[in-house]
Each structure stands twice: as C-alpha cells, then as structure tokens.
Design a protein around this ligand. Structure first.
Ligand SMILES: Nc1ncnc2c1ncn2[C@@H]1O[C@H](COP(=O)(O)OP(=O)(O)O)[C@@H](O)[C@H]1O
Ligand SMILES: [Mg+2]
Length: 222
C-alpha cells in the first residue's frame, strides 16, 4: 500500500522541525516506517541547491529564478527520496514543501501563480501531500524563537527578511488553507509543545488513518 505524505509549513520558528520530528517519533513507535525529510534538500542533488538558495547567492537573480531553483531541487527530492518511500509503503514527513514556494516566491516574491502551478505539475504531479499542517505563530514570536535557536550563527536568506515580510507570509499561508481545506489545517503554534503535538496527532488520526489509535493501544499492551 502507498504510504502517506504529510508536510509541515509555517514561518520561521513556528515549530515545523520540532513537530515533524515528534510526529515521526510517534509513528515510529507504532512500527510505521517514516522518512523524515526537508526542503529545500532531502536528496543529494537537492542539498546542493539548498546551499545555493539559503546562502542568498541566488537572491540577486530574482524570485523567479529562485522559484525555478526550488523546483529543480524538488524534482530531485521527489524522484530520489519521496516517491520511492511512498511506493514502499512508508510515510513521508517533509519540513516545508510546495506551500513554501507558493508563499515565499509566489505571494511575497510576486512570481506569477501560473508559473508556480506549472512547476508544481512538473515536479509533484499527482503526488500531492495527503495532509499539510500550517503552524501559525505571530511573526514576532516566531522570529524570537528562531533567534534563540540560532545562537551566534548568521541568519539565512529568509530569516533575514523584515518583520513585515513575515507578517505577509502568515496571511498568505492562511489564504492557502482557505482555498484547500481538505489538504491543509492551521494549528496554533503558540500553545505549549505537548498541546500542539496532541492536536497534530488527533488530526492525523482523524484524517489519514482512523485505526491509528487502536494500533497505538495494541502496541502499548504488554
Ligand atoms: N509550541 C512551542 N512552544 C515553545 N517553543 C517551541 C514550540 N515549538 C517549538 N518551539 C521552539 O521554538 C524554536 C523553533 O522551533 P523549530 O521547530 O525549529 O521551528 P521551525 O522549524 O518552524 O523554524 C525551537 O527552539 C523550539 O524548541
Ligand atoms: Mg526548521
């Protein structure tokens, strides 16, 4: 059976990496095979492109070129990592995916939505995520978390954008959820970590796999 494909989206410091990992651990504890991956990156070719994108050296080339580079990375990621895992029945959890491109390069970078959709068609095709969590925190909260997490390291290309940029980003994510409510769900990322994790788990249970709780109970039984 084909595995399930779950993505995590949201601004900097919204908790994507934290909750992608927690969900993967929880599924693993039920003996479900999980591939935890991220974008840009997640395959050898895509990690090279990640370096180009996050270092900021592609920024002068414009948002359109950045969108095309993200698509090139995604194409390799889909072929080398995501499709083989799903075909083997594994669950794939990806930290950022197409919605990041729609928001950062599309809504905020003014790249034509038609180009973004064409790139999605070529790279992702019918293998869209089954479920997308959009973690929502006010821009100030997310950036403060990201600053704390980073310590003395330099900001990356997107963390370095202004607070207004991060506020617009949040609005663009909300618009995606409104247009695709079956795939996407907003989760308030300000709640304590355990509360957020529980909401995510309940959603997975309800939307993807009604038997997961039973499986969990059986696994916990002595
Ligand atoms: N619900 C939460 N409450 C408090 N802090 C959180 C919560 N979720 C994540 N964090 C912390 O915020 C920081 C950023 O989280 P992270 O998962 O790295 O965000 P992202 O991957 O979205 O940038 C981390 O230090 C993490 O421990
Ligand atoms: Mg992260």
């Amino acid at each position: 059976m084909q595995g399930r494909f779950i993505t995590f989206e949201g601004g900097e410091g919204s908790g994507k990496s934290t909750h992608a990992r927690l969900l993967a651990d929880r599924l693993n504890s039920l003996n479900i095979d999980v591939v935890l991956t991220r974008e840009p990156g997640g395959s050898a070719g895509a990690e090279i492109i990640r370096h180009i994108l996050l270092s900021g050296i592609a920024k002068p080339l414009g948002a359109e070129t950045e969108a095309i580079l993200f698509a090139a990375a995604r194409d390799d990621h889909m072929r080398a990592t995501i499709r083989p895992a799903l075909a083997a029945g594994k669950w794939v959890i990806c930290d950022r995916f197409i919605d990041s491109t729609r928001v950062y390069q599309g809504a905020l970078g003014n790249v034509d939505a038609k180009l973004i959709r064409s790139l999605e068609r070529v790279t992702v095709g019918d293998d869209m995520p089954d479920l997308t969590f959009i973690l929502d925190v006010p821009a100030t909260v997310g950036l403060a978390r990201a600053t704390r997490r980073r310590g003395k390291a330099a900001t990356d290309r997107f963390e370095a954008e202004s607070i207004e940029f991060h506020q617009e980003l949040r609005k663009a994510y909300v618009a995606i959820v409104e247009s695709e409510p079956k795939r996407c769900i907003i989760i308030d990322g300000r709640a304590p970590r355990e509360v957020v994790a529980d909401r995510i788990w309940t959603t997975v249970e309800q939307r993807l796999h009604p038997g997961l709780e039973r499986l969990a109970a059986e696994t916990a039984a002595p």
